[in-house]
Design a protein around this ligand. Structure first.
Ligand SMILES: CC(C)(COP(=O)(O)OP(=O)(O)OC[C@H]1O[C@@H](n2cnc3c(N)ncnc32)[C@H](O)[C@@H]1OP(=O)(O)O)[C@@H](O)C(=O)NCCC(=O)NCCS
Length: 146
């Protein structure tokens, strides 16, 4: 069974392992800062094992999705859906108006997930990400929570 809970400092080792499965863009220090930020830093657990995490920053008005990643071995089983639904539920309870996010235009699994959960395209940043082979665009997406 997939359960979600607030991330704890003791989860950071597992979180760093999952981060290495993804884009490996954040350091452990960045995750430590996120543990103290306003918003939500949640992990998914299955049989006690951390299988994914999500971080949303809340500025008192809107929530920005900063990170979402699932361990390779746990993908395509609804973990990200569970985490994102829980983040949206908690954000709504706190009165957040909109959830914003930014995603690499080439990240088709993530874009499909966001569309499935009701996000729509709000903008495009040309050449925003530097990749091994050049640059790729960022899509801006948002979901109204009101
Ligand atoms: C994107 C990611 C978070 C999805 O996690 P997941 O737990 O596998 O997602 P779910 O099982 O909840 O899938 C939900 C929906 O997402 C979409 N999706 C997920 N993986 C997909 C894939 N490989 N190809 C196409 N669509 C996919 C589908 O619409 C899926 O719904 P379906 O199962 O009914 O087809 C995961 O692939 C990941 O961690 N990627 C690396 C990090 C990353 O890119 N994070 C997002 C940064 S913005």
């Amino acid at each position: 069974m997939i359960e979600t809970a607030a991330a704890r400092p003791a989860d950071l080792g597992d979180i760093m392992d999952i981060e290495r499965d993804g884009d490996a863009s954040w350091s452990k220090a960045a995750f430590e800062v996120a543990l103290g930020n306003d918003g939500w830093f949640l992990v998914a657990r299955e049989n006690g094992q951390v299988s994914g995490f999500i971080i949303g920053r809340f500025d008192g008005f809107d929530v920005e999705l900063l990170k979402l990643s699932v361990a390779v071995a746990s993908r395509k089983r609804g973990v990200a859906t569970r985490l994102l639904q829980q983040l949206l539920r908690l954000s709504k309870q706190k009165g957040a108006g909109v959830c914003h996010l930014e995603v690499n235009a080439g990240n088709l699994p993530a874009i499909a997930l966001y569309r499935k959960l009701g996000f729509s395209l709000t903008g495009l940043r040309k050449g925003y990400y530097r990749t091994k082979v050049g640059f790729s665009d960022a899509l801006l997406m948002a979901k109204d929570l009101r």
